[in-house]
Structure formats: C-alpha cells, structure tokens
Design a protein around this ligand. Structure first.
Ligand code: NAP
Ligand code: HSE
Length: 432
C-alpha cells in the first residue's frame, strides 16, 4: 500500500494521542485514507524528557528543519499550545509547503486572519476541527453539513475543564481548587488553566464558531465573558433547589439581524439536555432555519477524543478533501462581516442573583428597592433560616423576571457597593 509521510510538532497530551492512533491503529487510518499514514517525524522541545509512549528510533527530533526541509512530508499536525512559537512555526510550515492540522484555538482566534491569508497565498490548507469542542466534529458540521441553513443560534458547553470542575463540585462536593488540579491531571486543562476557568477558552471557540456559522468578524476579547472562579458550592445547591443546574455556556444568537454573543455560567433547566452534560463532555445546540434544532454531544477535551478529531482532519488532508473545502471556506477572507455584534447591554433574559448580606432589619428592602428603581421585577426569593446570630451574614438569592443585561448589571453593581453586603455576590443568566 502507498505510504504518505506525516509529522507531528509537539508531543504533549494531544500529540501523544495522535502518535498513538497513527502507530497503534495504522490499519484503521490506512483503510479510511486508502494509504498508510506513516509517522516520519515528531518534533519536541526537549529530547531528554520522558514520553508516555515509545516512538520508533529516528522519529523523535528537536529540529523543526527535519520537517520543513523534508521533501516527502506534506501534512503536519501542529499541537503546541499558546501563541509563540506556535504562530512562527505554523508560518514556517506553510512557507515550506506543508498543510497543517491544528487544535490550537487560541492561535487561530488571535492570528487567524494572518495565518489563513498566508495559507491561501501559498495554496496551502489549515484544518482545525479539534480546536472547538475536542472530539465533536462541530467545525465540519457547521461549515459543511449545515451549510444549507441560515443558522439562528448556537448554545454550547465548549470548555471541558469548566464542565468537569462544575460537575465535580456539584456531584461529588469536590473543592474548586482540587477539581481544577484534577482537570489538569486528566489532560483537559490548558497549560495555564486560568484561560479555561475565566471563560477565555470558550470565548475563543465561540469566536471561531460565530465566524463559521454567521460570517461574524468578532475578536474573542470583544465577547462579554465571565468565568467560573466566583461560583460557590452554594450556587450549585441553590440552582438545584430552583430546578436548574449551572453550566458555563457560550451563546451566539441572532436577534433582529444582529449577533448577541456572551460566555458565562448560566442556570439551565434540570430537564434540559444541557443539564445532563457532565464531566469533560461538551454539548452544542445549533438551531438552523432548515434543520431546526440539532444537538451535538461528546468529549470536549482529553487526549484521545482530541486526537480522534485531528487524525480525521489528517485523513481528509492527505486524500485531498481539505484542499477543496479550505478554498471554499470564507474564514478570515476579504469578505466583509455578514452580521454585526449586538450591544450586550440590550440582551434580555432572567437572572439569578446571590448576595451575601448582613441579617439586619431593612436589608431586604434596600436590595429590592434598588432592583425596583432599575425596573427589575423579582420572580422568586430564597433566604433560609440563619443558624447563627441576628446580624451574621446570610446568602440571599433572587430570581428576576425578564430584564436586560445592562439594567441587571447596574443594579447588581449598586447593591454590591452597599455597606451591608459583605462577601461574595454572584450574577448569572438563566436559560429557560
Ligand atoms: P501540552 O500537553 O502542554 O503539550 C504541548 C506540547 O508542545 C508539549 O509537549 C511541549 O513540549 C510542546 N512544545 C512547546 N513548544 C515547542 C516547540 N517549540 N517545539 C516543539 N514542541 C514544543 O498541550 P496539549 O494539551 O497537548 O494541547 C496542545 C494544543 O491542543 C493546545 O493548543 C490546546 O489548546 C489544544 N487542545 C488541547 C486539548 C486537550 O484536551 N488537552 C483539546 C483540544 C485542543 P514539552 O513537552 O517539552 O513541554
Ligand atoms: N482546555 C480545553 C477544555 C481543551 O478544557 O475544553 C479543549 O479545547
């Protein structure tokens, strides 16, 4: 059978999974590609570092030139994280005539225009299905399988680490820091897990999907985002009491021909499919005008699910499918944006508010008075009997009727400034 030589740059969690699929399951990839995908080179930073799997002699190198100068390597999997040297290496690979598969959404969200322009100028291709939602083929589905649709909305659990952390806290009572460490041990988290828990990673993925689905040109930093760092175990308990679960959601939806975008923890109804998405799983609900509502569910992070998406991209690349789809993709092309982002303050919805307040006379009246002045109506309220003395801090939870993001933000900030508010306060949207 014909051999096609390929290379991997970066052998951490994901690179090791790709090497495993190519070396241990070569018969499977050969069947689908109609040729053997021969792992010719693996570039690492430190040759002396112990690796989780054995790589055949002569394959491992710390010299990228062994790939860029190799006349028979046409496709390269580039799985080093961060922006530099990932960006420079990607450009060098393209300029030396290689097509590139990557899982690095931070790189694409930051330098996508430059990298895609360069690839187009050089007649090369970039594939990136693994960059969004790990093993779920959402990039291919949105850019190809659903291309007959006008997409109306995307609601996604797009960060496996956050979903894992929330699930561990909610179901096992694990402490937040311990749950983050566990996500790192499992290989779900980024090298710097701050970018997972502060919502940046989900915003980068949402920017990519919005670009594909709506033709939006939004930088991920311009997407309003909140993380899960301030969530307490009490929020997860209150959410359950109210008939909801908490999930970090990334949302893009068309409202009056503008695109509403946001990332943050939200209450989702306990009977919604999103509520059942546990561990490092991701789920994405896409609404299209022809297909209606479609759901995608699968592992959003981790070695083998991510490697699964990368190897599928690699097969598409060596058989020539990517070259065709890449040319027709509008990604970061000269095309103007088809939709503009909507002013985030105008977004409407219900809200969950939790304040830690002194148990004093008049406290509730001040809080509800402030909400009233901002035109926010209260749908329900929880204050449990305090076990301590009068005057101790107690959590107060308020569910609002429909309001706007701008009004609740202003009222919330005003209440947080009050002298009798003493401790963490949390504001989350509610997806009914
Ligand atoms: P990782 O475990 O930190 O591995 C990154 C690897 O890149 C490390 O092995 C590192 O080398 C290597 N590297 C860094 N600079 C290099 C250089 N100049 N030359 C050669 N190798 C270099 O990261 P990962 O989890 O595999 O993630 C890789 C990418 O995939 C990231 O962009 C991430 O966002 C994305 N991704 C990850 C997942 C996941 O579940 N982990 C899922 C989807 C997407 P050393 O080993 O010497 O440090
Ligand atoms: N750190 C990412 C996550 C990896 O937890 O979802 C997958 O992109």
């Amino acid at each position: 059978m014909e051999k096609t030589k390929v290379a991997i740059v970066g052998m951490g969690t994901v690179g090791t999974g790709v090497a495993r699929l190519l070396l241990d399951y070569g018969d499977r990839t050969a069947r689908h590609a109609g040729r053997i995908l021969w792992l010719e080179k693996v570039v690492v930073r430190d040759l002396s570092k112990a690796r989780d799997m054995e790589i055949p002699e002569g394959v491992l190198t710390d010299d990228i030139a062994e790939v860029t100068e190799h006349p028979d390597i046409g496709c390269v999997v580039q799985v080093i994280g961060g922006l530099e040297p990932a960006r420079s290496i990607m450009i060098r690979l393209l300029e030396s005539g290689k097509d590139v598969v990557t899982a690095n959404k931070a790189l694409l969200a930051e330098h996508g225009p430059e990298l895609f322009d360069r690839a187009r100028q050089l007649g090369r291709a970039i594939a990136f299905d693994a960059a969004v939602a790990g093993g779920i083929p959402i990039v291919t589905n949105i850019s190809q399988c659903l291309s007959a649709n006008g997409i109306q909305s995307i609601h996604g659990i797009l960060n496996g680490t956050c979903n894992f952390v929330i699930s561990q806290m909610d179901e096992l009572g694990t402490d937040y820091q311990e749950a983050v460490r566990e996500a790192q041990r499992c290989g779900y988290a980024e090298a710097d897990p701050t970018t997972d828990v502060d919502g940046s990673d989900a915003a980068q993925k949402l920017a990519l999907l919005s670009h594909l689905a709506f033709g939006a040109r939004v930088h991920w930093k311009d997407i309003p985002r909140k993380g899960i760092e301030l969530l307490g175990p009490e929020d997860l308990r209150f959410a359950r009491e109210l008939g909801y679960r908490v999930k970090l959601l990334a949302v893009a939806q068309l409202v009056q021909d503008e695109l509403e975008l946001h990332v943050g923890p939200q209450l989702v109804r306990s009977d919604s499919p999103l509520a059942d998405v546990g561990s490092a799983y991701n789920a994405i609900r896409v609404v299209g005008d022809a297909i209606g509502r479609a759901w995608f569910h699968g592992m959003g992070a981790g070695q083998m699910p991510t490697a699964s998406a990368i190897v599928a991209d690699l097969i598409d690349m060596v058989v020539g499918r990517t070259a065709i789809t890449f040319r027709t993709l509008e990604l970061w092309s000269e095309q103007p944006a088809r939709v503009m982002p909507r002013d985030s303050g105008t977004a409407t919805g219900r809200y969950y508010l939790r304040f830690t307040a002194r148990d004093h006379p008049g406290v509730l009246a001040e809080i509800t008075g402030t909400l009233g002045r901002h035109g926010i109506s209260i749908a329900s309220f929880i204050q449990h009997e305090s076990e301590g003395q009068l005057g101790d801090n107690v959590p107060l939870v308020i569910m609002t009727h429909e309001s706007t993001e701008g009004a609740t933000q202003r009222a919330f900030n005003e209440i947080c400034e009050m002298e009798m508010i003493d401790g963490p306060s949390v504001r989350m949207r509610v997806l009914d």
